[in-house]
Ligand binder design. Structure first.
Ligand SMILES: Cc1cc2nc3c(=O)[nH]c(=O)nc-3n(C[C@H](O)[C@H](O)[C@H](O)COP(=O)(O)OP(=O)(O)OC[C@H]3O[C@@H](n4cnc5c(N)ncnc54)[C@H](O)[C@@H]3O)c2cc1C
Length: 296
């Protein structure tokens, strides 16, 4: 019997594993190796490791976690999950069943690429979701923002930290006249038509084409595609969920506790603030939550 089974061994899951390992707890981490930022050459805004390739960060973390004899890392996906505190059962895609007292769910989310030619090829290079992660490298250049929800209207104010050349592509969405006026007063260029194509050179955006034939020269396009959890284990467990502007996440309470006892969740699965640092933070809290619940 494992103390904790961690499903998803990336930035959140490996942080939790390290914390539990140092408390000498028996931990199994299941992971399929598809961290969300694998499309980016380097990861930024990370304490002590700014600019390091994401794969290198994870390889170092796996090596460090493997040092602890109470941890096993298994390169397999969790497919089925059931049970209750002190008797959870997780079955992998390979048919192995592992028993554990607590669960930490940290299997992240999947970005659903829109069917726009060039979008997927530029994703993580110059089509990006977060200016803190990849904005500095294109500061002062021509930025576009593809509207995805009313939250997009706040983007240009934030992006003004990096550039004063911002085009908001409304992609066929209507916005209130007063929002339009506010944005125009800030110098934001507005385009109404739908985005239909991205011209690029090996992932480097050169321009975008709209449905009405307009072509706009850009160096970076900010976009927030719809996303979904990478697995359906939260549904198998019947956990409460919460909507975000671009998808859904597991609802959590204190110490990352999910809506059923003995289950904790961390990383992109539990927050709309997607970053390695938040994943580390929530992974660490989930480990503490699981540990405390076993000490009662
Ligand atoms: C293009 C891009 C670039 C980014 N750049 C940055 C950056 O520079 N700096 C920054 O701070 N943040 C960046 N982010 C955000 C960052 O990638 C995420 O916030 C972070 O990866 C979240 O970590 P996580 O552990 O929650 O999930 P993930 O890193 O997505 O890991 C989830 C893990 O669970 C595994 N998994 C999924 N299903 C199962 C299953 N059923 N069983 C077992 N394992 C499973 C996956 O294979 C994966 O290894 C970027 C995101 C994107 C999309």
């Amino acid at each position: 019997m494992q103390d904790v089974i961690i499903i998803g061994g990336s930035f959140a899951g490996l942080t939790a594993a390290m914390q539990l390992a140092r408390a000498r707890r028996k931990v199994t981490v299941l992971d399929t190796g598809l961290n969300r930022n694998r499309y980016a050459e380097s990861a930024h805004n990370i304490f002590g490791h700014d600019g390091t390739p994401p794969g290198d960060l994870l390889a170092a973390a796996r090596k460090q976690v493997r040092f602890y004899p109470t941890v096993q890392l298994i390169g397999a996906g969790a497919q089925l999950v059931a049970g209750a505190p002190d008797d959870f059962r997780v079955t992998t895609a390979d048919g192995e069943t592992i028993a554990g007292r607590r669960l930490i769910l940290s299997y992240g989310i999947v970005d659903e690429m829109p069917d726009i030619p060039g979008f997927a090829q530029c994703w993580g290079k110059t089509v990006i979701h977060c200016p803190f992660c990849h904005g500095y490298e294109v500061a002062g250049k021509r930025w576009g923002l593809l509207y995805s929800s009313p939250m997009s209207l706040h983007g240009p104010t934030l992006y003004a930290n990096w550039t004063d050349d911002i085009t908001l592509i409304l992609d066929g969405h209507e916005i209130p006249e007063e929002e339009r006026d506010k944005l125009e007063k800030r110098g934001v260029k507005l385009e109404n038509a739908k985005l239909v194509g991205i011209t690029h050179d090996q992932g480097e955006v050169r321009s975008v084409t709209l449905e009405d034939g307009t072509e706009i020269g850009l160096d970076a396009l900010y976009a927030h595609p719809r996303n979904r959890p990478s697995a359906d284990l939260h549904a198998q467990l019947g956990l409460d969920m919460k909507d975000t502007p671009t998808g859904t996440m597991i609802a959590i309470g204190d110490m990352q506790a999910a809506s059923r006892p003995g289950i904790f969740a961390a990383g992109d699965l539990v927050t709309g603030m997607h970053s390695v640092t938040f994943a580390n933070n929530t992974g660490s809290l989930a480990a503490m939550g699981a540990l405390h619940s076993m000490m009662a």
